[in-house]
Design a protein around this ligand. Sequence first.
Ligand code: ZN
Length: 276
Amino acid sequence: MPELPEVETERGRLAEVLVGRRIARARIDDPRLTRPEDPALVEAALTGNRVEAVDRRGKYVVVRLASGDVLLAHLRMTGSFRYTPASHERAVLELDDGTRIAYRDLRRFGTWLLLDADEAEEHLAVRLGPEPLERRFTTAHLARRLAGRHAPLKAAILDQRTVAGLGNIYADEALWHARLDPLAPAGGLEPDEIAALRVGIRRALRLGIARQGADLGDDAYAGGRMQDEFRAYGRAGEPCRRCGTPITKTRVAGRGTWFCPTCQAARRSSSRRSST
Ligand SMILES: [Zn+2]
C-alpha cells in the first residue's frame, strides 16, 4: 500500500509529464473510481483542461486544473500511474503532446474525486494533520494528538490526523528510529520521547523519498529501493542493526508490526523509571 514516500514518487513523475499540458482526452473505464460522481461528468470536466500543478497532501495526489477544479486521487491499496500500456487500467489521460497516462489499480480501492478548490481544501483539512516534513509538524502538535490516548502508540500514529501520509511500513520504521515501543500507550510518552518520535517519523519518510519508495515485488512501485533500508518492517528474526537482537513480529490494531524488543523497549522502561 503506497504511503507518503511512494505517493511523493508518483507525484514527481506525474508532475514532469502533466504540468503545463492540456488534457486532450480523458477516459474513465471504472465507474467505481469516481463514485458517487458520474464518470462521464468527470471525463467532461478533465477534457480540455490545462494542468497547473501536481501536489501531494498525505497520501493524496492533488492535480490542480486551470478551471479551478482539483482532482484528488487516492491510490489506496494498489493504484499507480503508468506511462506505457498496462493491465488493470481504470482510466486514461491523453495529453496535447501525445503522452498517454494510464491509471492502473488491481484491487480497485483507489478514488478520483473532482472538487472545486475550496471543497478540496476542506476535504483534506478535515481528514489530514500537518505534513510531517513541513514546519507545522511540531512536537506540540504530536503531544496534543497523543495526550490521554490509551491506544498503542503505533495505532495512534497511523491516524492521518496525527501524521498525514504515514502507513504501516513507515510507522514501524519511524518507531525503530525513535527507539519507541509500538505497544506503549500513546498518551504515556515523555516530552523527550515525543521529540524523538517526530525526528524518527521525518527520518523514515525522508529516507523513503530518497529511495523513491519501497518496491515490495507487487509490480506497483517498481524501481523503489527503500526495501533495502528497512530497519524493522518485514525483518522478523533478522538482527537489529543497532543492537543485534532478532527483530520481533507482533500485531497492533490488526496490522503486522515489527520492532526490536531490546532497544525499542529499553527506552520505554527507562523513561518509566525516570518518571517515578
Ligand atoms: Zn535493537
